[in-house]
Design a protein around this ligand. Structure first.
Ligand SMILES: Nc1ncnc2c1ncn2[C@@H]1O[C@H](COP(=O)(O)OP(=O)(O)O)[C@@H](O)[C@H]1O
Ligand SMILES: [Mg+2]
Length: 218
């Protein structure tokens, strides 16, 4: 069920309805805005549910704003209500990167994404859910969204895991190895000193993954 929408918001349409959040395009203060509302989960103890929604809402809004310090494009935050679990942010017009996986510019966009993630990691922010679905493409501009699972960290392991999420999401694509290479080229051009260690750690994580897969098959 939808939580209270912020006062003065008129719904234009629902953009997305997931297990965690409802994303609605609204009109608010004469602007087109996006309201992301974290849904209440009846199966969680109420106090725990409120704690999770509150902390993810605050975390998402603060990381979305801080990412801008690294020159990373993110929606502008206009208003948040942690108790109700909603954020009002700017509407980013464009196409979801997930829908462009078959397009001829996808390799170029992945290279750009690598550069952007490198900037983000260089200021100690880990995205937490790095998949093409959390990137909006407007012409040649990439905007990162959905920082609800992000965190402040300069740990090599956390950064490598962040990238490994993306590597895994690219794995069904036929040219995935070339795509990962392009991503890492972009990443290394902006991530700074730790990039080499992060790259080594990604290889270790992927070996661990294959080992677990093999064990599970037996
Ligand atoms: N600011 C925004 N502008 C335009 N579309 C958005 C915006 N925020 C979210 N969306 C759309 O809603 C979808 C879900 O939002 P997201 O923040 O990723 O929610 P979830 O945490 O449930 O994955 C996105 O994939 C995107 O298509
Ligand atoms: Mg998402």
């Amino acid at each position: 069920m939808l939580n209270h929408l912020p006062q003065g918001c008129t719904i234009i349409r629902t953009l997305y309805q997931g297990a965690e959040a409802i994303v609605t395009l609204c009109e608010w203060m004469d602007m087109k805005v996006v309201v992301k509302t974290r849904v209440r989960k009846g199966y969680r103890i109420r106090e725990l549910d409120e704690y999770i929604r509150r902390s993810r809402t605050i975390r998402e809004a603060s990381l979305l704003s801080l990412a801008k310090r690294a020159g990373v494009e993110t929606p502008f935050i206009y208003h948040i209500n942690p108790a109700e679990g909603w954020i009002i942010m700017s509407y980013v017009e464009g196409e979801n990167l997930r829908n462009l996986q078959r397009s001829s510019i996808f390799p170029h966009l992945i290279n750009r994404l690598g550069y952007i993630v490198g900037r983000l990691h260089s200021i100690g922010i880990v995205h937490g859910d790095l998949t093409p679905a959390n990137v909006i493409v407007s012409n040649d501009r990439l905007t990162l969204i959905d920082f609800g699972l992000g965190e402040y960290s300069n740990e090599v392991e956390k950064k490598a895991e962040d990238i490994y999420t993306l590597v895994s999401s690219l794995s069904p694509l036929p040219n995935n190895e070339a795509l990962v290479k392009l991503f890492l080229e972009g990443y290394k051009s902006s991530a700074g000193e730790s990039a080499i260690k992060v790259e080594e750690r990604i290889k270790e994580i992927s070996k661990r993954g294959r080992y677990v897969e093999k064990e599970l098959r037996h």
